[in-house]
Design a binder for this molecule. Structure first.
Ligand SMILES: NC(=O)c1ccc[n+]([C@@H]2O[C@H](COP(=O)([O-])OP(=O)(O)OC[C@H]3O[C@@H](n4cnc5c(N)ncnc54)[C@H](OP(=O)(O)O)[C@@H]3O)[C@@H](O)[C@H]2O)c1
Length: 252
């Protein structure tokens, strides 16, 4: 039986990946700093390395979905620490979850850190797959719910192609259960919308007022989309119609 350790298995993407893996018959361990000893959970900290050797014992595949977007340097440290431990444990496949176009957006420290972490994974001595996804519907909705507190929200007309987290989880789990690919196809949603369109439709679906000031600067800037790829999961519009008034996964 394949034993998979999911870092970030307690996070939004990780919580969607774990049942897919278990449904396929894999033995799944979740690494978390907050693990309480429940079956399948391992306490560990990727910044210090505490608990990692034990969590990785007997593991054939690691999905690395742990992240700290508000502390980008932590993602680099965590990835380096994990790679060292995975190499020592003889892990046969490490899957790193990254972001579509991260290497094109140098202005964002988090995207620079993701690009650096991708490079570490590629040079890390563990057979690997990097799989990039676009922004999750859940994440976009969460950011908009926060932004709705602002009296006026300036938004560049940046095209985005958000994807439902459950559909992204299916793709990540599928890749993890296969052989290392180096780079997997990007995971994108079925429709491209600009940020102001996302905001307007979110506001209409939730009934929460959101005053936006669309800025034209994003029109020629398209690193975050892959319209040529087949999108997966529900469209933003369908997801909004069914989910917009339910509790947001990022607010739990
Ligand atoms: N959000 C998006 O729209 C999006 C889009 C594309 C790609 N991604 C990528 O997908 C991955 C998952 O994102 P997400 O939004 O699901 O993240 P999330 O919900 O914020 O979860 C972050 C996870 O990281 C873990 N973590 C943080 N610091 C840790 C540490 N020192 N040691 C061990 N675990 C640690 C947390 O576990 P504990 O707190 O339980 O320890 C938590 O499970 C990230 O790599 C992200 O870049 C996200």
């Amino acid at each position: 039986m394949t034993t998979v350790l999911v870092t970030g298995g307690s996070g939004v993407l990780g919580r969607a990946i774990v049942p897919v893996l278990r449904g396929s018959g894999a033995d799944v361990r979740v690494l978390s700093r907050r693990a309480d000893g429940s079956p399948g959970e391992c306490r560990g900290d990727l910044l210090t390395g505490d608990g990692l050797a034990q969590a990785l014992s007997g593991v054939s595949t690691v999905i690395h979905a742990a992240s700290q977007p508000s502390h980008p340097a932590a993602d680099v440290t965590m990835t380096r620490t994990l790679l060292d431990a995975a190499r020592a444990a003889g892990v046969g496949h490490l899957v790193y979850v990254s972001i579509v176009g991260c290497d094109q957006v140098r202005a964002l420290p988090y995207y620079r850190a993701k690009t650096q972490a991708e490079a570490l994974v590629a040079a890390g001595g563990v057979p690997f797959t990097v799989i990039r996804a676009t922004q999750f519907h859940e994440f976009v909705a969460f950011l908009l719910s926060r932004a709705a507190r602002w009296p006026l929200l300036p938004l560049p007309a940046l095209p985005m192609q958000p994807v439902e987290v459950g559909a992204a989880a299916q793709q990540v789990a599928g890749v993890a259960l296969g052989a290392p690919l180096g780079r997997a196809p990007d995971v994108v949603g079925p429709a491209v919308l600009t940020l102001p369109e996302l905001a307007r439709t979110w506001s209409a679906a939730t009934g929460r007022p959101l005053r936006t000031l669309p800025l034209p600067v994003g029109q020629l800037f398209t690193p975050l989309i892959r319209p040529e790829l087949p999108g997966v999961g529900r469209s933003w519009a369908d997801w909004l119609a069914q989910q917009s008034t339910r509790p947001n996964a990022y607010a739990l």
